[in-house]
Every structure is written in structure tokens, then in C-alpha cells.
Design a protein. Structure first.
Length: 731
């Protein structure tokens, strides 16, 4: 099965011609493509070598090319792909140990690679690395459910490819579970493992019924469980195929016939027919063919004001938060930008933000592009497009309220367009923010795009999906400039808690009704981490591909679950501006994706609500909505209670208990993510300072938490210190 599966995976290997998706964009199926990955490589020699990796050739040639790339370009931003090629080629050559070593290197840089994980799981199961195989297979299945088709394969072909990859992952998982079960003595644990293995193999067979290796292994699992007739049915199916496994299946059938036939007069052929006619057990879950009832219609939306009567204090606190102020109709007191003194912006200004610093280069001959002014107490933008004629636009909306603020105007036709210049409260100046975070040739970063007033500056097309509530297209389309409307500005109560009309009506009549925790209004205190995060991910997941609902719903649903669960673009297809070379996320727009990598989320049920209060009492001073702004360790020691002791904490951190070096977030959530011109903490919560990565890529491309404080030191010092710590007696 391995060779066929490798050939299948090679077809969707993400290499040179993939799209490089921009960061901080409203991603739809129409806006998915931008530039090619190879175009991001400045060094011509590296680009040529990288493109060579995409050529299909013999495994030995591909392994040689991958090794050559890794040798000549050890600091490339695309090492995860070179390691991937080396791993697959090694597997195809039967060099499993080296292939797994290459794969581990690739997955350390890009863990969310289901195609590689399927191959890894298969090899690990074959070599009896059972626990690792089960983990890799389950991760692969999770990622196959989470991500869209790679852009190297057509949407028409992806369902079949995905189905076969899922079959391979289930096969590897079933094989590993069967290995584990057979190694155990008779008892409850052995029975459980064998049953789980059989269920995984049943899934695999349903997904890929033509693969006789799956059916044969299923027969062995059923035989181990003493399920004689189901095992015979599986072996009979393989025997009839007449391939390389048919002889084995026949031998197993003959053995079963000799031991399981109670009546001597039953011939082997009759036994065979009985096995084939017996009802084969259905899979535990029918996977892609599982029948589903139509999604139930949701209650109507009542609006935030309907919550105010019963939840006055929570409503008051929410109204002061950044979520409530994501978009507000113009009011002079809400404007934070400088419209009086430093209120001009010139063409040619080049801003960049790296490692916490905003750097500006003023081009010679720059011309005045915009004046931000107040006339008769009203705020306006004066903009001079290419024809040199000044045009004046009123500020009709403010976008944001804490660290940065953008402004929008409403045209006579109802369209809302965002001015290309934003005001940074941190830098105390006007900036072309899109120019800072976008790649080259970004349409919205081009000041000349303003005069077109098209989708590149449209609030409805770009911003509204995460800045307004209950966004829909009146004509059941997508994110058009003309037909998109929203119920409320900002993020209202019902974006997080769900439509509340039924709740309001029944509470008004004093008739409480039974409901699940996930039914509107959501009870977040009872949710598991996955569902909790899915609600927050509606806005905080960069990789989501936004798909309109049947009634034109763009950021909510009218049936089923009220929140959207959009598939994600594979991370390898994004512009490398979103990532450090060590694979960690660089931009806060990937905040949910970063948390999903954390074991605190994957195993510890951590959610956004563990650390953040979306309607706290101190929104004005607590801009990040932290649950424990003055005692940040409490966000961690609720689970890791052993570190509530100052002595244990100091022994763990090797710093004084009250120092910054002993704060959990200092080491495990360093400030390395670019936000709106400030450094935010990574939300891959179990991040551990990795001296080897920093030594390889440098502090700029692999920022080390230790060196953020000890900036006079280097990665070699970090490595020695951490080795010294390990040698100390553990208290």
C-alpha cells in the first residue's frame, strides 16, 4: 500500500508553482491566488534549485536534489519542502529510518502536513513504532478535515485524493492498533485495542474498498477478535480479487474452514459462499457516506439591545471593549487620529516593521497624497489622485479603537470604502499599513487604487467579515462591493453567543427551556476546547476560506451551528511573511492557528477564555482583555499547580521567583508575533527556547525568548546555559 500511497501524495506535493496567499486578507475562493512561491525567493540560485525540487524524477534523483538544496541553502525559508521531498524519496527507496528522520525535520517546521503525515504513519506502523503511527495518523485525519485542497490539484479531483489519503491514514492507524493489541495479554485493554483497530480498518475499507491489503488486514483483525465469519468474508473478498494477497487469503480461509466448520458435510466452496453472503459489519462511523439529517433552522437574531434588559452590567462592559468598537458610525469623540498637526501623508514613504521597530524611508520627490483635516467640527480626508484634482470625503466610520484606527467613507450608492492611510496610536503617525504587511504588488497597498473605489478598498469586501455582525449578501452571492449589508457594526453579542430571539421570548415569558451548551445562547463555561475555539476562529483564523451560506450569509449561519466552520488554506501556501524560518507564526492574524499547535489546547482543553475575558470590567486599561492582567501566571498555574510554590517556580525557571524571567509567558509565550505595530505574544503556548534553531537561522528569523532579555548574548550561550540547567539536581 505504501508505494501507491506515496505516488498519490506526490501528485499534491506543495512546491514551486503554488500560490503565495497574502496575509491579513479576507480569503475567498476567488481571492485565493496571488503570486507563486518561487517568486518569493530573491536568490536566483536558490530559486532555480527550489524549482528543480518540483520536477518528478526517480526517487534517487529527487533525494539527491533535496540533499543538495539542504546543503547549499541551510537557511532557506523553504526547508520544510526540501525535507519533505527527501523523506518521500527515502520512503520510496525503502530507506525508512532516514526517511523518518527527514520527515521529522519537515514536520518540525510545518506540522500541519497531512500528506507527509500519512506516509509517516504508514512507515511507522510497518516498523512497529505503533504509538507514533497512531499519533501521526490521527493528526493526518484531523488536518485532512481542516484544510482545503492544495492548489496543485483541482477541486474536482481532490475528493478522490482526499478519500484515498484518509483510507491510508486509517489503514496505518488500524495496523498500529492491531500490533499493540496482539502484543498484550488477554484482557480488557487487548480487546479495546483490537476493536479500535478493526474500526479504523473498517473506515479504511469503506473509503477505499478496492485496496485488498486493507481488506486482508481487516480480516486479520477480525480473526484476532475471534469473529470467524466476518474474518472469512474479508479473506474471501481478497481471494476473489486474484492478486498477490490471494494465496495468503486462501490459506487463511482453509485454516478457518478446518477449525470453524461444525458439520463435515459442508464443503469448502459452500463455506466460502456462506462467508461471502454473511452480513459484513458496518463501520463504527460511516465517514464520508454518513447520512445526515437536514440542518435545523436557527432562531432569529434579536440584536444586542435585546440582551441589555437582563444583562445590564455585562452589556455595559462589552460596549467598552474593542470588539464592540470594531466599526462605529462617525462621532468626533471616537477619532484618535491626528487631524490637525501631523496630518499629511506623502507618496513614496516606505515603512517597514520588523522585530518591534517601525522604520521609515522618505523617497525623494514624494508628493502630498492626503490631508486629514477638521472643518466646522467635522473630520474629512482630502485626497489627490493621479489626475491632481483634490477630492474631499467625510469620515463616516471609525475602524478600531485601541492600537490603530482606520477610517471609512460612505458613497452615495451605499458602498463603504476604507481610506488607504491609517493612524497608529503607537507610532503617533499616519501610515500605509497595508504596504507594511502585504507582499509586493498588493493592490490595496497601492495608493493609486483609491481612485478606482473598487473591491481593493471596499469595506464590505475586505473588512466587514470580521468587523461587523451578521453580514450577508442580499442577492445570495459573495463579498460583492454592492450587495453586502450587516445587521450591526462591531462584534455584537450574537456573533459569539448565537441568535437569541427564542431565548429573549422564553425568558420574557419566564419559561426556561432545555438546551445543549452549544445551543444559542452559548454557555461557554460548558464547551470543550474545540467548540469554544471554533466560535473565536470566526474572526481570528487567518487561514479560513470564507464561503457564503445558502441565504448569502457571510459570517454567520441560519441553520445548524450558528458559527461558521470554514476550511483553511494549507499553511505552506501562504506568503512566508507570515512565518519565521523556524516555522513559527509571525503574524497575530494566525493567533488561532498558533494556539491549535499548543499541547495546552490539544491535550489540556485550554481555550481563549482561559486567559481572556471578552467583556471584562476594565476594558479601558486592559487593552488585551486579560483575565489576570496583574497576575499573569494564574493563567498557567490553574493547571500547572506545582508552580504556585515560589521555590518550585525558581527551580524550574532558574530565575528569582519575582523576576520577569520567572513569568510563565516570558519563556513559553515570548513577544514574537507582529501585531498592529507592536510585538504580541506567541499563542503556541508551550513554546520552548530552541537554541539550535536560533543558531541556524539567527535571532531575526528564529527569535529566542532568552535572547529577548539577554540581548548581549547569543544562541551558543543559550545552548550552554540550558545544558547546564539540565545537569543540575532537580528539586
Amino acid at each position: 500500500m505504501l508505494r501507491g500511497m506515496l505516488r498519490l501524495a506526490i501528485l499534491v506535493l506543495p512546491l514551486a508553482h503554488l500560490s503565495a496567499q497574502e496575509i491579513d486578507a479576507n480569503i475567498t475562493w476567488q481571492s485565493r491566488r496571488s503570486s507563486t512561491i518561487a517568486d518569493q525567493i530573491a536568490d536566483p540560485a536558490e530559486r532555480k534549485a527550489f524549482i528543480e525540487l518540483s520536477r518528478q524524477a526517480s526517487p534517487s534523483w529527487m533525494l539527491e536534489r533535496a540533499q543538495s538544496f539542504l546543503t547549499h541553502f541551510p537557511q532557506s525559508a523553504f526547508l520544510f519542502q526540501a525535507y519533505d521531498v527527501a523523506a518521500r524519496a527515502s520512503f520510496d527507496l525503502g530507506e525508512y529510518d532516514s526517511g523518518l528522520a527527514w520527515a521529522r525535520e519537515s514536520l518540525a517546521l510545518l506540522p500541519e502536513n497531512p500528506l507527509l503525515l500519512v506516509s509517516v504513519a504508514d512507515v511507522e506502523a510497518r516498523t512497529h513504532q505503533n504509538s507514533a503511527a497512531i499519533s501521526a495518523a490521527r493528526d493526518a485525519l484531523d488536518y485532512l478535515d481542516r484544510f482545503t485542497a492544495p492548489s496543485t490539484i483541482s477541486p474536482q479531483h481532490w475528493p478522490e485524493v482526499k478519500r484515498k489519503l484518509q483510507a491510508s491514514a486509517n489503514f496505518a492507524q488500524g495496523r498500529a492498533l492491531l500490533n499493540e493489541g496482539l502484543a498484550l495479554a488477554a484482557g480488557e485493554e487487548r480487546s479495546r485495542r483490537l476493536k479500535e483497530g478493526e474500526d479504523a480498518l473498517l473506515q479504511a475499507r469503506q473509503l477505499n474498498p478496492s485496496d485488498s491489503e486493507i481488506t486482508y488486514l481487516l480480516g486479520l483483525a477480525q480473526l484476532a477478535e475471534k469473529k470467524t465469519m466476518p474474518a472469512a468474508a474479508s479473506f474471501a473478498a481478497v481471494y476473489r480479487v486474484n492478486d498477490s494477497l490471494s494465496a495468503k487469503a486462501l490459506a487463511d480461509l482453509q485454516s478457518l474452514y478446518r477449525t470453524a466448520t461444525p458439520e463435515p458435510q459442508v464443503s469448502f466452496e459452500r463455506f466460502l459462499r456462506q462467508a461471502e453472503e454473511s452480513k459484513m459489519a458496518p463501520p463504527a462511523e460511516a465517514g464520508h457516506e454518513k447520512s445526515q439529517a437536514p440542518a435545523q433552522a436557527l432562531p432569529a437574531y434579536a440584536g444586542s439591545e435585546s440582551c441589555r434588559g437582563c444583562h445590564q452590567e455585562i452589556y455595559r462592559q462589552w460596549s467598552q471593549t474593542g470588539m464592540a468598537k470594531m466599526l462605529r458610525p462617525y462621532a468626533p469623540q471616537n477619532v484618535i487620529g491626528d487631524f490637525e498637526k501631523d496630518n499629511k501623508f506623502y507618496t513614496g514613504e516606505e515603512d517597514s516593521f520588523r522585530r518591534g521597530k517601525l522604520e521609515t524611508a522618505h523617497a525623494q520627490g514624494g508628493e502630498l497624497f492626503a490631508r486629514m483635516v477638521i472643518r466646522n467640527g467635522r473630520h474629512y480626508f482630502d485626497i489627490r489622485p493621479a489626475d491632481g484634482t483634490w477630492r474631499t470625503y467625510p469620515v463616516n466610520y471609525t475602524i478600531g479603537s485601541k492600537f490603530q484606527q482606520a477610517y471609512a467613507t460612505r458613497l452615495a450608492n451605499g458602498e463603504i470604502h476604507v481610506f488607504p492611510i491609517q493612524y497608529s496610536r503607537i507610532a503617533h503617525r499616519w501610515i500605509n499599513y497595508w504596504k507594511i504587511i502585504d507582499g509586493p504588488e498588493s493592490e490595496r497597498a497601492d495608493l493609486g487604487s483609491w481612485q478606482k473605489l473598487d473591491a481593493s478598498t471596499s469595506y464590505q469586501a475586505i473588512c466587514a467579515v470580521c468587523h461587523t455582525s451578521q453580514l450577508r449578501n442580499r442577492k445570495n452571492g459573495g463579498f460583492d462591493v454592492e450587495n453586502v449589508e450587516f445587521r450591526e457594526p462591531g462584534i455584537d453579542c450574537e456573533m459569539c453567543h448565537g441568535p437569541s430571539a427564542q431565548h429573549v421570548a422564553e425568558m420574557t415569558m419566564n419559561e426556561p427551556y432545555p438546551k445543549r451548551a452549544l445551543d444559542p445562547p452559548v454557555n461557554f463555561g460548558e464547551l470543550q476546547s474545540r467548540d469554544f475555539l471554533r466560535v473565536c476562529a470566526q474572526c481570528h483564523m487567518q487561514s479560513a476560506v470564507r464561503t457564503p451560506g445558502p441565504g448569502g450569509e457571510l459570517n454567520y449561519s441560519s441553520s445548524g451551528e450558528f458559527f461558521r466552520t470554514d476550511l483553511s488554506i494549507p499553511f505552506g501556501e501562504f506568503s512566508r511573511k507570515g512565518f519565521y524560518k523556524d516555522g513559527r507564526f509571525r503574524q497575530t492574524t494566525f493567533i488561532v492557528e498558533a494556539l491549535e499547535r499548543s499541547q495546552c489546547y490539544r491535550k489540556g482543553n485550554v481555550t481563549c477564555g482561559t486567559c481572556h475575558d471578552p467583556h471584562g470590567h476594565d476594558a479601558a486599561s486592559n487593552l488585551k482583555s486579560l483575565s489576570y492582567p496583574d497576575q499573569p501566571d494564574l493563567m498557567c498555574t490553574g493547571c500547572h499547580s506545582q508552580f504556585q510554590s515560589a521555590a518550585t517556580l525558581a527551580a524550574h525557571t532558574h530565575h528569582a521567583a519575582e523576576s520577569q524571567g520567572s513569568r510563565c509567558v516570558s519563556c513559553h509565550m515570548p513577544r514574537i508575533m507582529d501585531s498592529v505595530l507592536f510585538e504580541a505574544r506567541t499563542h503556541r503556548i508551550d513554546d520552548i527556547p530552541n537554541a539550535a534553531m536560533t543558531e541556524r537561522f539567527g535571532q531575526r528569523e528564529s527569535p529566542n525568548a532568552c535572547l529577548l532579555c539577554h540581548s548581549e548574548k547569543d544562541a551558543r550561550w543559550v545552548k550552554k546555559e540550558m545544558e547546564r540547567w539540565k545537569s543540575l539536581p532537580q528539586g
